[in-house]
Design a protein around this ligand. Structure first.
Ligand code: FES
Length: 93
């Protein structure tokens, strides 16, 4: 997926929740980017040992960034943030 790199100030704000807390990103951000920008680095915990997991490849290959969006497990790095999304930590690799 190709994405244009530009400033964020000219893109509309997008409101969503993460782990039940209000967050915001910018239209065109991936969920991973919006969460990183909001200071949320831990996206899930390892099912093996409970270790915190986060973005690794940032291109849809490793599945380290799994989150649950509106009840569906998705890769945060390949999912665009949308107004009103309910995002939870979780997902299993
Ligand atoms: S960070 Fe690797 S699939 Fe998302």
């Amino acid at each position: 997926m190709k994405r244009r790199i530009d400033g964020t100030g000219d893109r509309p704000a997008v409101a969503f929740t993460f782990a039940g807390q209000p967050c915001s990103g910018r239209a065109g951000d991936t969920v991973a980017m919006a969460l990183w920008a909001a200071g949320e680095a831990v996206l899930r915990q390892s099912s093996k040992d409970g270790a915190p997991r986060s973005v690794l490849c940032n291109m849809g290959i490793c599945y380290e960034c799994l989150v649950v969006v509106d009840g569906v497990t998705v890769r945060a790095c390949t999912t665009l943030v949308r107004e009103g999304m309910r995002i939870e930590r979780g997902g299993r690799p």
